[in-house]
Write a protein that binds this ligand. Structure first.
Ligand code: ATP
Length: 331
């Protein structure tokens, strides 16, 4: 039996979390879900977006499945998502991007993985006003953080039978920060002669991903580029409704979809829970529950291919819960 912290989150979070829970339980893994509130839901109850009870639960269980949390734009508290990743040192953000049979997209055979540094870059949030009419934001890149994420990318490629690692950067302009990232990647590449290595400047990478995504395999990059390119790549395979992710550290991991709280769908039972379900699948794989993970992947594919139960983002009329029930029934 596994004890897993479940953070439903804000916006569409509670709906997609309930859907994922239904599907994962249907796959037969014995999970004791410890439900904990964070984000806006927690502010109302505990006066903090990240109450001690959440951290205690994650530290105890070592594994969490999490819905999206609201980050106000401009004002208010800093991102709870970023705080969680930094406090728990979850330095790897793994975001697999795959085409799914039955989901309409201009691309058919995309199978790439974004590996994003998760603890520094502009996401450290070090910024200030300079007088009244100027502002500065500080981009932090350290050799230690570059090394561990880049090494992880090469090791991931090796373990998963991948052929190529592409380092994404803007070292032509940011010669110190991105220069350090690129230099670290080149040095690490020398230790993996069996893997192809190349680098791409991030603007060119965006264009290449739209023109010929099938040429890419494992992409490793600093935090901000990963944030942006993850959404672009989600768009290549059907949108944010189908893009899962994992935040992984040396001792614990939090699994969560790429998407945010999607307020326009909140409370309407209309969001696509696939990204959250697939984040749960990544969690099962992390726990070594491969059989259950395969069952869920196959069930999702059957539902997509049949095409009778589709959520609105994929051109259908099914609700979040109807979709989850259809997937659970296939299992
Ligand atoms: P954040 O800054 O927290 O990442 P965001 O403002 O970028 O969030 P999202 O909440 O990720 O935005 O959503 C952007 C849009 O993507 C939504 O308005 C919605 O159209 C679509 N979307 C996101 N998630 C889903 C989902 N699970 N199902 C259907 N559509 C979704």
């Amino acid at each position: 039996m596994y004890d897993v912290t479940l953070i439903p989150g804000d916006g569409i979070g509670p709906e997609v979390a309930a859907a994922a829970r239904l599907v994962i339980d249907a796959a037969g893994v014995n999970i004791c879900w410890e439900v904990r509130q964070a984000g806006e839901a927690a502010i109302k109850e505990y006066g903090s977006p990240l109450p001690g009870a959440v951290m205690d639960s994650i530290n105890r269980n070592k594994v969490a499945l999490k819905g999206p949390l609201t980050t106000p734009v401009g004002a208010g508290y800093r991102s709870v998502n970023v705080a969680l990743r930094r406090t728990l040192d979850l330095y790897i953000n793994l975001r697999p991007i795959q085409s799914y049979k039955g989901i309409k997209s201009i691309y058919q055979d995309i199978d790439l993985v974004i590996i994003r540094e998760n603890t520094e870059d502009f996401h450290t949030g070090i910024e200030h006003m300079v007088g009244e009419d100027a502002a500065e934001s500080i981009k932090v890149i350290t050799r230690k953080a570059c090394e561990r994420i880049i090494r992880y990318a090469f090791e991931y490629a090796k373990k998963n039978g991948r052929k190529k690692v592409t380092a994404v950067h803007k070292a032509d302009i940011m010669k110190c920060t991105d220069g350090l990232f690129l230099e670290t990647a080149r040095l690490a590449a020398a230790d993996y002669p069996e893997l192809e290595f190349e680098d791409r400047i991030v603007d060119n990478m965006a264009m290449q991903l739209v023109r010929k995504p099938e040429e890419y395999d494992v992409l490793v990059m600093p935090n901000m580029y990963g944030d942006i390119l993850s959404d672009l790549c989600a768009g290549l395979v059907g949108g944010l409704g189908v893009a899962p992710g994992a935040n992984i550290g040396d001792k614990l991991a939090i699994f969560e979809p790429v998407h945010g709280t999607a307020p326009k769908y909140a409370g309407k039972n209309a969001a696509n829970p696939t990204a959250m379900i697939l984040s749960g699948v990544l969690m099962l794989e992390y726990l070594g529950e491969f059989e259950a993970a395969i069952k869920i992947r196959e069930a999702l594919e059957k539902v997509f291919v049949e095409g009778k139960v589709r959520t609105k983002d994929l051109g259908g009329t099914a609700s979040t819960s109807e979709f989850a029930e259809a997937v659970a029934a296939k299992i």
